[in-house]
Design a protein around this ligand. Structure first.
Ligand code: HSE
Length: 331
């Protein structure tokens, strides 16, 4: 059995979702992969829990973190410097202008000799090349499947299966919250604000939901896909962004009359995010918090992949996939 020590930074919706799925899959991970994943630290903005023998995840999921055994006011940066884990999970919400605090967490974890798995889009959108250069310098890896498309294996699909292909374009529905809102408005004629509140309650929306509604979250994912899959070096400034605030029930009804739905589409090739008319039978016409992405390739042709684009459990599937991959292949 291989012991893998994990330090988690961020224990909100995504962190707790990951801990729950890890508990559920513990026996499977041991049986199938010979892995014992031990969470030795959980850092939050106001302190952390550390237990070198492995934190009791059942307990931390039941009680507030600062009520748990091993709690101290030790800050995330100090935790990363001192804890000596194999893999750091960076699961905090990010500031899209600075990439912080996630960017500093990722760089510190690499400097401390850890591999990094993250669901945090902002650091990658702000400093993709810087992060990858630091990882190369330290001989560590940064994995980020969970940053784009929730549960959908997009980055890994490209890196492991489509690697000989030239990717000519990638476009699709990259934000679960706006897709949830637009399809609710279309199918159930509910108000924008009610649909948004429901998406927030289900854990789909960003901490600042204007990131979703104004297309910024989709733009961030366009930047990540552009840099990671299409080999460019672009940032958020390069993306032309229009969100869904102007879409109302009249616009949706009008689209319906013309046999189409309105969906927020991210176009990686054109570096554009905008609401588009999607014909009813088109593969991108999906409902709920699903994402759907089309990849145009030179050898494999066109590939469409659809799945849960948001949600704590679904995102945990991608995080855990990266963790397993690193644990089996790189440790
Ligand atoms: N707020 C994001 C979404 C979460 O709705 O898609 C997943 O990136």
């Amino acid at each position: 059995m291989k012991d893998v020590r994990i330090a988690m930074v961020g224990f909100g919706t995504i962190g707790r979702g990951f801990a729950g799925v890890l508990l559920e899959k513990r026996a499977f991970l041991a049986r199938r992969h010979g892995l014992r994943l031990k969470v030795v630290a959980i850092a939050e903005y106001d302190g952390s829990v550390i237990d070198e023998r492995g934190i009791d995840l059942n307990r931390v999921l039941k009680a507030p973190l600062d009520h748990c055994r091993g709690w101290s006011e030790l800050r995330s940066q100090d935790v990363l410097r001192s804890v000596g884990a194999d893999i750091a999970l960076e699961l905090t919400p990010g500031n899209i202008k600075t990439g912080e605090p996630g960017l500093s967490h990722i760089l510190s974890a690499l400097d401390a000799g850890m591999h990094v798995v993250t669901s945090n889009k902002s650091p990658l959108a702000v400093a993709y090349q810087r992060i990858m250069r630091r990882a190369a310098l330290r001989g560590r890896e940064v994995r980020f499947e969970a940053t784009v498309g929730g549960a959908i294996p997009l980055i890994n699909l490209y890196q492991k299966t489509l690697q000989i292909n030239e990717i000519r374009n990638i476009y699709g529905i990259l934000n679960g919250t706006t897709n949830f809102i637009l399809s609710k408005m279309e199918e159930e004629s509910v108000d924008f604000s009610i649909a948004l509140r429901e998406a927030q309650e289900l854990g789909y929306a960003e901490t600042d939901c204007s990131y979703d509604v104004d297309g910024i979250d989709t733009a961030v994912k366009v930047v990540i896909l552009s840099n990671a899959i299409m080999g460019r070096n672009v940032s958020l400034r390069d993306v032309n962004v229009t969100g869904i605030r102007e879409i109302n029930s009249e616009t949706i009804e009008l689209a319906k009359k013309h046999g189409s739905a309105i969906r927020l589409v991210g176009d990686v090739g054109r570096l554009e995010v905008s609401p588009r008319l999607i014909p009813m039978q088109h593969p991108l016409n999906i409902a709920g918090a699903l994402n759907a992405v089309m990849l145009e390739t030179d050898v494999a042709g066109s590939i469409t992949i659809t799945g849960a684009g948001a949600g704590p459990r679904e995102t945990a599937s991608s995080i855990l996939s990266d963790v397993i991959d690193l644990s089996v292949g790189s440790l």
